[in-house]
Design a protein around this ligand. Structure first.
Ligand code: NCD
Length: 437
């Protein structure tokens, strides 16, 4: 507690907040880690600003001031693969990408399938540059055989359950998971790829995979998985969240289910919104190997359409760090996954806002309040009394993604060399600047 009326004031920014509905010049006043008020510019407010010490003020002229971004799909590799990412380094990368809250997936070694591992990650996340919310496993060891102690996980603070990386193949287990999760009002986040159908797949099954002689993982693997889970969600009245949706038919299925009132939400990753399987043959860049795989243009277009019409609720990176040693190999030998925290916002601006698909307001909604609502997270808004988690964006700043500039411990991004058209200027967590350029 300090005696000053405000700890921090962000003045002259263009505030975008879906709850407040602003998109204009306003000032954000912060005290004790909370938003005191957001005021549209006026003579009395300018007078009040003159009374403040300059060290309390951030001038955000020509910048966007938005709620701290939220990424609900992140892989931190701790415990187990601290060479690829730690909770701390992942949070540093998050802050650099404008994220103040991230949700980490349980596919660590050991898996986050009990209270001890949830607590371990939470302890590691103390005093880092982002809030970390833990997603517990659906099944013990993510083996798909036996439900994890879901009540225990929730008691310890898990905000959702997921076997991400693995689809819960057994429909009976998935049914029970939805029922249990419903008792705690948390969603089941599903990696929707039927395991048998995509067995051995290295890229999307298509003309390209045939041409390249690489085993394909078919779009129908996702469609089958999504349709089954929608049916189970309808039956159980639970909450289903489809992770990284990638195919036209899966998007159609979610659209239809929502119309019928099924409690389903979905996320899309920047890479599935931007890239297609055609990229792979250019260089066989192993950073393009990812699950679910990059699809054909028609699927990519459908994911964009779903994002635009609200079928897809949010954008999540699926930040999946892998070591250079493991990615430096033949395409079919590489582990799937790419990092995303530090490029997510810039990619969305460059490829979706600049091309006219989405407005800034749409993007901010899909990267703040919508993901917050799906997982009942704090934040996502600048409303009075809410957390002072804020991202300040330089909306026209051009920069080029460079391999040696990532704060993540890994640099497995296929976007290295790509010019992006906006950059995070400052990230504020709990009223304190945790990242600045
Ligand atoms: C993820 C990872 O590396 O943890 N990889 C990926 O391609 N998305 C796990 C997964 O979802 O397969």
């Amino acid at each position: 507690m300090t005696s000053k009326k405000y700890d921090l004031v962000i003045k002259n920014g263009r505030v975008i907040d879906s709850a407040l509905g602003f998109g204009r010049n306003a000032h954000v006043f912060i005290k004790d880690g909370r938003i005191v008020k957001v005021e549209v510019d006026s003579a009395p407010i300018r007078q009040e600003l003159r009374t403040l010490d300059s060290d309390q003020i951030i001038d955000a002229t020509d910048k966007l001031v938005v709620p701290g971004l939220i990424d609900i799909h992140v892989h931190l590799r701790e415990p187990g693969r601290e060479d690829e990412e730690t909770v701390e380094s992942g949070c540093r990368a998050a802050a650099a990408g404008g994220f103040t809250s991230i949700c980490c997936m349980p596919n660590t070694t050991p898996q986050i399938d009990n209270q001890g591992t949830v607590k371990f990650v939470q302890d590691r996340a103390q005093n880092t540059d982002a809030r970390v919310f833990v997603v517990g496993a659906i099944t013990k060891g993510q083996k798909g055989k036996e439900l994890a102690e879901i009540g225990d996980l929730v008691k310890m603070g898990a905000v959702a359950i997921s076997d991400d990386g693995f689809y819960v193949q057994n429909a009976e287990i998935m049914r029970r998971a939805l029922e249990y999760a419903r008792m705690f009002d948390i969603p089941v986040m599903q990696h929707s790829e039927d395991r048998q159908l995509c067995e051995g797949g290295m890229m999307n099954e298509s003309y390209e995979s045939t041409r390249l002689g690489l085993r394909g993982s078919p779009a129908v693997a996702e469609e089958v998985a999504v349709l089954r889970d929608i049916a189970l969600c309808r039956l159980t009245e639970g909450r289903l969240h489809i992770q990284h949706i990638t195919t036209r038919r899966a998007v159609d299925a979610v659209r239809q289910a929502k119309k019928e009132g099924v409690n389903v939400t979905a996320e899309a990753t920047p890479h599935h919104l931007i890239l297609t399987d055609k990229e792979i043959s250019k260089e066989f860049n192993t950073n393009l190997r990812v699950n679910p795989p990059l699809r054909i243009e028609d699927d990519r277009d459908a994911v964009i359409e779903g994002l635009v019409d609200g079928t897809i609720d949010c954008i999540a990176s699926d930040h999946a760090p892998h070591s250079a040693e493991e990615k430096d190999c033949e395409f079919d030998q590489a582990p799937p996954g790419m990092i995303g925290l530090e490029t997510s916002l810039g990619l969305v601006k460059t490829f979706l806002i600049d091309k006219g698909y989405l407005s800034w307001a749409d993007v901010i909604r899909k990267m703040t309040i919508n993901p917050a609502r799906i997982l009942n997270l704090p934040g996502g808004t600048l409303e009075e009394g809410s957390l002072a988690d804020i991202t300040i964006i330089d909306p026209e700043k051009k920069w080029t993604v460079k391999a040696d500039k990532f704060l993540s411990r890994s640099n497995n991004s296929p976007f290295i060399g790509q010019q992006l058209t906006c950059q995070v200027y400052k990230t504020i967590l709990n009223g304190k600047v945790v990242f600045e350029r």
